[in-house]
Design a protein around this ligand. Sequence first.
Ligand SMILES: Cc1cc2nc3c(=O)[nH]c(=O)nc-3n(C[C@H](O)[C@H](O)[C@H](O)COP(=O)(O)OP(=O)(O)OC[C@H]3O[C@@H](n4cnc5c(N)ncnc54)[C@H](O)[C@@H]3O)c2cc1C
Length: 434
Amino acid sequence: MASFDAIVVGAGPAGSSAALHMAQNGMRVALLERGDSPGNKNMFGGAIYTEPMMEIVPDFLQEAPLERNVTRDSLWFLDNDSAVEVGFTGLRFGKPPYNKITVLRPRFDRWLADKAVQAGATLQTKAVVRDLLYEKRTLGRGRVKGVILDDGSAAEADLVILAEGVVASITKKAGLVKPTPANLLSLWIREVISLPKEKIEDRFLLEKNEGAVLAMIGYPTTQAIGLAGIFTNRDSISLTLGMSIDKIARNRVAIPELLTRLKEHPYVRRLIAGGKSEAYAAHMIPHGGKAAQPKFYDDGLMVAGDAAIMVSGRRGSDLAMLSGKAAAETAVHARAKQDFSADILKGYKRRLNHTFFMKNIQQAKDTVKYYDNHSDADYLLNTAVNELAYEFFRAGMVTDKEKVQRMARLVLDKQAPAKTVYDLFIGLQNWGVL
Ligand SMILES: Cc1cc2nc3c(=O)[nH]c(=O)nc-3n(C[C@H](O)[C@H](O)[C@H](O)COP(=O)(O)OP(=O)(O)OC[C@H]3O[C@@H](n4cnc5c(N)ncnc54)[C@H](O)[C@@H]3O)c2cc1C
């Protein structure tokens, strides 16, 4: 393989955004992807967000393969035979510039990688990077000068950007981060179920091209900390369910079985009835906030996206793209100086530190720690909310005062009110509602 100014490992949102920005700025870039095509190995719910997306491709609304503009966003506190729905419908989000837009990753990732190719990057698929290539030194290893591929061949560059996703095996080999503990990784399953457009619009109360996103806690994960979601695409629904790996082990649950069980819940069954299962995939999401993040740079090396744990609540793809662009901006600066040393590349960390998402990620470690110590938080909240709703809507033969007293007792019997409020505050961050 020819030598390049930069090699990007992984053509997911982070890698393709980094490659696109560097190529647009005249750098010779190789984008290496292990899959048969970009996005082949990728999956998410999911939705992308217009404001950050404009930073990556300003004209994406006209060009990208998009599914539905999300106008309805809801959270269900789901129990065996009841659900309390907190929801919002905003028709303003159904008009340009929109807010969130559902996408299917194989199509979206391919389009974004093609944008990088159109800008001049060289995309090589079926290219599995096995390790980094280092300059030889008499003592220890020198700076990164490229990558070694699975077939033993090498590709050289002044700079490597690792955008390899959550498993981050090269980032770990490079010694930038320690192995991830099980409480900081969640395992997700996603099933795509095809349904006629009109059925989706009827069932989710949508107009043409409008979409809905629904998050569910409680029942989907047998009341343990975890989350399920439904995202409406043009003519399919993505159903997702996940929880942290240590909680899967502790609660002795199997995620595929939980998904089957969820599909049989009366409220979910109605939404997907008559649908045909089209695709099934599993993927992980990294957590842990700033404390779990790797060192972002070294001599000739930067890390972006999930590999650098750029995840906050439900948002990951946009933070991957923004961090990929920040790495690329640093690379363009380094090339102008002809200096790819850690001293120059630390500018990447400075750029990241000024972003809104690094400030959000900073807080995320508290959520993980809180749930490690209070694994019944969602259970207490979910059952309290559903019991309260039953009491509130029951047309019994009691005075209003008695009804309020009963409802207060229901909350107080569970736990101290301050703890309930705090569980809710932490939950809002974890469910990705904030
Ligand atoms: C169920 C689920 C739902 C989600 N929902 C949302 C959502 O609604 N909105 C949102 O913003 N985010 C969502 N996310 C998170 C989002 O998918 C990730 O944050 C995002 O994909 C990270 O992008 P990335 O480019 O860093 O990594 P990835 O998308 O994982 O891309 C990494 C790429 O690198 C390639 N690769 C890996 N190793 C190598 C190697 N050694 N050599 C060559 N290539 C390699 C992979 O094949 C892959 O193409 C969700 C995630 C899951 C699992």
